[in-house]
Design a protein around this ligand. Structure first.
Ligand code: ZN
Length: 184
């Protein structure tokens, strides 16, 4: 009897541990009201970026952010045809992410407009023009992550960490997994 109880206790503890680890390593994704993950149709990829002309100082951070997601997930998530003047432009892409300056004192943000089944149809991104130069790559990478359907990540190393920190940032393994599941 003692052995049976011990085995049952160990089993219960193992289940609790697995649940705890799973919760800690799982990532949050953006969902619609029905709980469908918010993501673009695969056919909309690679997404084009349209950077508002007044955000010329964001051109190179945008290029770095595009490379960050494309290389990190090893998928062509965003298309970048090149700079025309100071505007990052690929309006030929079926999915277009329009990036404009925010017009209030709010922080940088992303709005996902979606249709049925959690499929995203448009994504305006509003950037804070006062963002310090050393944070711009991280901020725009973060907002592009939201545009792909990722929510915040608990790790301060992640581009999807809630607060923009100076220094290096990474794509997390779970983020790579979910992006491949959705878009590969
Ligand atoms: Zn965010």
């Amino acid at each position: 009897m003692y052995i049976v109880i011990t085995a049952a206790t160990v089993l219960l503890m193992s289940v609790a541990l697995v649940v705890a680890i799973w919760k800690h390593t799982s990532i949050e994704i953006l969902e619609d009201a029905e709980g469908n993950p918010l993501r673009w149709e695969k056919e909309a990829l690679p997404l084009g970026l349209l950077l508002h002309p007044t955000l010329s100082e964001w051109t190179h951070p945008a290029i770095r952010a595009v490379a960050f997601w494309n290389n990190g997930a090893d998928i062509d998530l965003f298309n970048f045809l090149g700079e025309r003047g100071l505007v990052v432009l690929d309006t030929s892409a079926p999915g277009l992410v329009e990036i404009t300056p925010r017009d209030s004192d709010d922080k940088s943000s992303t709005i996902l407009r979606y249709g049925s089944g959690g499929r995203v149809q448009a994504t305006p991104i509003y950037l804070d023009p006062d963002t310090p130069p050393d944070l711009r790559s991280r901020v725009i990478a973060h907002e592009l992550g939201h545009a792909l359907g990722l929510a915040h990540h608990y790790s301060s190393a992640s581009a999807m960490y809630q607060t923009a920190l100076a220094g290096d940032f990474s794509i997390m393994l779970e983020e790579t997994r979910v992006l491949r599941k959705w878009y590969e």
